[in-house]
Design a protein around this ligand. Sequence first.
Ligand code: NAD
Length: 349
Amino acid sequence: MQSRAKRSTRSTIRDVAKTRMGRRPIADRQPGRITGRGNVLVTGGAGFIGSHLVGRLIRNGHKSITILDNLSRGRTENLAAAWDSIRFVKGDIRDQETVARLMKGIDLVFHLAAQSNVIGAIQDVDYSSSTNIVGTAVIMQAARAAGVRRLVFTSSREVYGDPSNLPVPETAPLIPKNAYGMSKVAGEMCCTMSAGQPPETAILRLANVYGSRDYGRVIPLFIESALDGRPVTIYGGNQILDFIHVDRVVDALVKVGCGDHVAGPVNVGSGKGTTIVQLAERIFKLANSHTKIAWQPGREAEVTRFVADTARGRIHLGLEHPDDPLSRLPELIAWSLSQAAPVSRGIAV
Ligand SMILES: NC(=O)c1ccc[n+]([C@@H]2O[C@H](COP(=O)([O-])OP(=O)(O)OC[C@H]3O[C@@H](n4cnc5c(N)ncnc54)[C@H](O)[C@@H]3O)[C@@H](O)[C@H]2O)c1
C-alpha cells in the first residue's frame, strides 16, 4: 500500500473563514513582546493542544489567527467555539507553496503540527519523519523568508530517551529511543539552524499532556476502559511519567510566544512522577469502576521514566504547577462522560 508520505502532500486548501489579515501594525514589528495585534499562524491547530491554544489566544484578544492542519489526527469540531474568529486552512506543512503563502505577514508561528505519538511514528516512519523533520524545515525556512519574528516549536520529553537520573534537566543528553523522539531532536535542530538570525525560536519539551479533546493516549484510553468496564492494558508496568494538564501547557506556549524571548529549550512538565499503576488506580477510583488491569510485556520503544526538572521553566517563564499534577482528572472524566461516543481511533500512547 502506498504510504501517506508518498502521496502528494498538496492538499486542497479550504479557507473557510477569513479574519482581518491586513498589514501588520507597526507596533507589532518591534522587538520584544507580541501583542494581540500580531498575526499568528498555528500549525496543528485542530489537534488536542493546538485547539486549546487557539481558544486561549482568542480569549487573550488575538484578532488574526490562521490555522494550518491536514486533519490527519485533528478535528474541526475541536475548533467549533473558535470558528468565527479564525481562518482555517486544510493543508499540509510539507506543501511549500501553501506554507509560503500562509506565512506572508505572520509575526508569530506556533508550530505544533506533527505525527504526535510514539506508536504512530513507529508504525509509519516515512510519514512521521517527513512531517516532523521535513515539515518543520519547510515551516522554519518559510518563516525566515517571510520575516516572521518568532517561532515556537513543541518538542517532547521523548528527546531524552530513558534518562539515567530524575528529574531531567534540559542539559541532559539527547538519546531518543524511538523514531518519534529522533524526529523531535531533528525538529529542534531545524529550529536552531542559523541561530541568531530571525525568527527568534523557542523550544518547549512537553511531558505527558492530558485534558479534553485528546484520544488514543494513556489517560483517555484508561478513562474509556474504566467507564466501559473493560480491562485496562498496561505494558510493562514500571513506567514513571510526568503528567501535566493542557491548560498549564497553553500557559507556557503563550508566555514563550508572546512574552520576552527565551532562547534554548524549556521542559514543560509538572516536576512530579506518577507510576502507571498509580494512574490506573486513581482513574478506577474516580470513575467508580471495578475493572482490572490486563498486563502485557513492556514495549521496547517506549520510554519508561521521565520527570521534568522544571527550574528553567519557573525561572524564565514563571511556570507554577499544582502540588497534584492529576488534580484535573475528575473534570476530564466528567467531560468524557458527556461525550456521545468516545473518540477512540486507535492507540496512540
Ligand atoms: N500530547 C502530548 O502529550 C505531547 C507531548 C509531547 C509533545 N507533544 C507535541 O505537541 C504537539 C501537539 O500535540 P497534540 O497532542 O496536540 O497532537 P495532535 O495529534 O492532537 O495534534 C497534531 C495536529 O497536527 C496535525 N498534523 C499532523 N500531520 C500534519 C501535516 N503533515 N500537516 C499539517 N497538519 C498535520 C494533526 O491533524 C493534528 O491536528 C505535537 O508537535 C506533539 O508532538 C505532545
